[in-house]
Design a binder for this molecule. Structure first.
Ligand code: FAD
Length: 360
């Protein structure tokens, strides 16, 4: 069996970006995917996602600066448009902790933001009501990321992963991982050896981690993706510069509703939510899909895991995250034994120590 510098398990956006970064750095890289590509059973499919710098946490904002640059670089390399700037409208309880923290972070990082007073709101965002007691801001750099296109660009564009010498094997499910100085990965149709291993298995992370003896406190949740008929046809579309939006919940820890201007299907805005009850309440007209994704359930927070080199499994990187190319870059740095370009302490598995059932 051939020896790879790195084997990446999972060809969602994170694994694909990681594999691409590795191949670009002359690492002999194998990307393994259980389903035949393209598939719609993980977290990365679908036409669009929101991209933004509007996060409460400083470390996310810092990473997003570079993430935008890397998406732009990918656009140039692949020769396709991946990002469309629309702005992001955030509405939330004016004096609520979450909204205040967000506002403060935006100001601290000097993110181009428009803070809207109640009386000027309708001038900027016609045809939307700002609830009493809610504040509003617009992250003017945010926008729509063309997710399917991005995935296709990284995986199959001839100038990208495969032309850098990367190998993709899809329709091969990993069924065993043997750690060691060299990692041995067994799929349902082959055995592969790697000097290092990256696991980017999204909702299947814990199933795969069973083979390494590590179990993390992860919870897989379904997200409702619905399409909302425009109330006044033509006014909520990308073409009309309607922004992406987030409606923050008054209670800390409750899931926010967010959406994108109509774009994928004419006259239909895309809205995502994780609460079935809220969907029924808001009367969304057309439930198009159920997708599966993975979130960490610790303290009710959605969070990223980036970690590697546990004592028994020195050459593995484990990940759950969003942010595409920046995570790909960080994971490739970890896999190559380089010092990561950001402080990864907020992302370590160690923070779950009291929760993790780990034998590592
Ligand atoms: C509906 C929805 C809306 C979202 N909206 C946004 C948004 O607006 N903005 C944003 O930033 N993020 C958003 N996200 C989050 C973002 O899409 C995900 O964080 C991201 O796609 C995760 O990618 P991933 O590569 O980690 O996981 P996945 O895409 O799930 O990839 C994991 C891959 O691993 C493969 N795999 C698993 N087990 C094995 C095995 N044993 N052998 C081989 N392969 C295996 C799977 O088949 C899969 O292809 C959204 C997610 C969803 C679901």
């Amino acid at each position: 069996t051939a020896l790879y510098d790195c084997i990446v398990i999972g060809a969602g956006i994170q694994g694909s970006c990681t594999a691409y970064q590795l191949a670009k750095n002359q690492q002999k890289t194998l990307l393994l995917e259980q389903f035949v590509l393209p598939h719609s059973r993980g977290s990365s499919h679908g036409q669009t996602r929101v991209i933004r710098k509007t996060y409460e946490e400083d470390f996310y904002v810092q990473m997003m600066h570079e993430s935008y640059e890397l998406w732009a670089q990918l656009e140039r390399e692949a020769g396709v448009e991946l990002h469309r700037r629309t702005g992001l409208l955030v509405m939330g309880p004016e004096n609520g902790e979450g909204f205040s923290r967000l506002k403060a972070t935006m100001q601290r990082h000097k993110i181009p933001t428009v803070f809207l007073e109640k009386q000027e709101f309708s001038q900027h965002i016609p045809n939307v009501n700002l609830a009493d007691g809610n504040g509003a801001l617009i992250d003017t750099f945010a926008g729509v990321l063309y997710a399917d296109r991005a995935l296709r660009a990284v995986q199959v564009n001839k100038r990208m992963f495969q032309s850098c010498g990367g190998v993709i094997k899809d329709g091969e499910k990993v069924i065993d991982i043997r750690p060691g100085a060299e990692v041995t990965v067994t799929t349902d149709s082959g055995v592969y050896r790697g000097r290092s291993l990256v696991i980017t298995a999204g909702p299947w992370a814990n199933t795969l981690l069973t083979h390494t003896g590590l179990q993390l406190p992860l919870k897989v949740v379904k997200i409702n993706v619905c399409y909302w008929k425009e109330k006044i046809p033509g006014t909520y579309s990308v073409g009309q510069s309607f922004p992406c939006f987030i409606a923050m919940e008054p209670k800390e820890g409750e899931y926010d509703i967010y959406g994108l201007p109509s774009n994928e299907y004419p006259g239909l805005m895309k809205v995502s939510d994780r609460r079935d009850a809220a969907f029924k309440r808001t009367g969304l007209i057309k439930a198009m899909a159920w997708w599966l994704t993975l979130w960490c359930s610790v303290s009710g927070l959605t969070c990223v895991i980036l970690d590697y080199r546990s004592p028994k499994n020195e050459n593995s990187v484990i990940i759950y995250s969003k942010f595409g190319p920046i995570i790909g870059k960080l994971l490739s740095q970890l896999a190559m034994g380089q010092v990561p370009s950001y402080d990864l302490s907020p992302f370590r598995i160690q923070r779950f120590q009291s929760h993790a059932r780990s034998s590592l």
